[in-house]
Design a protein around this ligand. Structure first.
Ligand code: NAP
Ligand code: MG
Length: 406
């Protein structure tokens, strides 16, 4: 069989521990036999990040902006314990934080839905994609504990004129706490555009929700910028695509999400997104079945699995023990990136290949062959389930893929 040719390379960011092991298996068993894979390789594994003083992460971010499409393996975010384990020069920032701030991106998380791994919410039939605004609010707050009675005020001083605007926050009669948060119109507008564009690409409705009945100015500003962006830039495109933009209060949205069938994109402010993404991942069944896509307003795409490096499995693997690590989200990160690259470069065979690999992966699980994490939660009858180890699962997918390509 002739291998599929690529035009533009994809930015490839390698990673750490068990996911680094899976990364190599996916490339060797599922990709390079079929594709003349062209990637620009960056090793984001912790040892090389340390060797380059983390310069490699920034280089990968720059390459992503240049080439437009990237795929990333899970990486260790160093903490004290990792500092000792890897004899690091210092504690580096999380690579994802570096990429997000460089690309000014929004993170979309979508579950991979498979028969036999049922969502806890019975009526969810289609995936719900969540978009979290990853800038500002309580994550860049300034907060204070006050120890006695006193007056707390919000003061804004205009840069040009020095004019002060003051507003009372609270007259404290005794000890308490207070907090200041902010966001910028520019960041909110980028977030809105990225969400509208993503929903349009997916041909799915976009929902957005805040608490603007209580926070009339702050959350009200988010709502207004979304409405304005929609009316100016997306209304016609949405109508043409037959999809809708829908704003509702966050409380109402939560109730509606639970009653829905799924099949839409849900945009959320930073804190709401933090909380709701964990709820959605768990409710859809498994973190190992969740993909994550970083999309920037100027149209770059970075695909990865939502889970981490699966450290516990890696230590067993290093000891020569058999383990059963789920590679589905990492496979879908690759297929997502390949499909996007293929669409941009006009390579229909590569789009077809990405579809075929996803189908083969889902078919493998639906035929009862799956990794241990899924075997533990599947609704399939026990006698039709075979638990496979990490490599056996990837090879089972390969068998299905071969059959599908014929
Ligand atoms: P984790 O790697 O997501 O794993 C947590 C647990 O979830 C695992 O021990 C395993 O449970 C289960 N699990 C997650 N992914 C799985 C998979 N693919 N197949 C089977 N089981 C899976 O989180 P962590 O252990 O808290 O973090 C490990 C490292 O990953 C940390 O250094 C952290 O900094 C990093 N991290 C990176 C990213 C990223 O790059 N995007 C995201 C999160 C964390 P059992 O042990 O019960 O089998
Ligand atoms: Mg969270």
């Amino acid at each position: 069989m002739q291998k599929i040719a690529m035009k533009t390379p994809i930015v490839e960011m390698d990673g750490d521990e068990m996911t680094r092991v899976i990364w190599r298996m996916i490339k060797e068993d599922l990709l390079t036999p079929y594709i003349d894979l062209r990637t620009e390789y960056y090793d984001l594994g912790l040892p090389y990040r340390d060797e380059t003083d983390d310069r490699v992460t920034l280089n990968a971010a720059e390459a992503t902006r240049k080439l437009g499409v990237a795929v990333k393996c899970a990486t260790i975010t160093p903490n004290r314990q990792r500092l000792e384990e890897y004899h690091l020069k210092r504690l580096y920032k999380s690579p994802n934080a570096t990429l997000r701030s460089y690309l000014d991106g929004t993170v979309f998380r979508a579950p991979i839905v498979v028969k036999g791994i049922e969502p806890y919410v019975r009526n969810w039939k289609k995936p719900i994609t969540m978009a979290r605004h990853a800038y500002g609010d309580v994550y860049k707050n300034s907060e204070m504990q006050v120890g006695c009675a006193g007056k707390a005020e919000l003061v804004f001083t205009e840069a040009g004129t020095g004019i002060e605007h003051r507003q009372l926050v609270h007259d404290f009669a005794g000890p308490g706490v207070l907090q200041g948060i902010y966001n910028t119109d520019q960041s909110i507008h980028s977030f809105a555009r990225t969400c509208f564009q993503y929903a349009l690409d997916q041909k799915e409705d976009l929902w957005f929700s805040t608490k603007d009945t209580i926070s009339k100015t702050y959350d009200g500003n988010f709502r207004a910028i979304f409405a304005d962006t929609y009316n100016r830039e997306y209304k016609e495109k949405f109508e043409k695509a037959g999809i809708q933009y829908f704003y509702t209060l966050i409380d109402d949205a939560v109730a509606r999400v639970i009653r829905s069938e799924g099949g839409f994109v849900w945009a959320l402010k930073n804190y709401d997104g933090d909380v709701m993404s964990d709820m959605l991942a768990t409710a859809f069944g498994s973190l190992a079945m969740m993909t994550s896509i970083l999309v920037s307003p100027d149209g770059t795409y970075e695909y990865e699995a939502a889970h981490g490096t699966v450290q516990r499995h890696y230590y067993k693997y290093k000891n020569g023990e058999k383990e059963s690590t789920n590679s589905v989200a990492t496979i879908f990160a690759w297929t997502g990136a390949l499909r996007k690259r293929a669409e941009l470069d006009g390579i229909p065979e590569l789009v077809k290949f990405a579809d075929a690999l996803e189908k083969a992966t889902i078919a493998t699980i639906e035929s009862g062959r799956m990794t241990g994490d899924l075997a533990a939660i599947t609704t399939m009858p026990k006698e039709s389930v075979t638990k496979l180890d990490t490599e056996e699962f990837i090879l089972a997918i390969r068998d299905n893929l071969e059959a599908g390509l014929k």
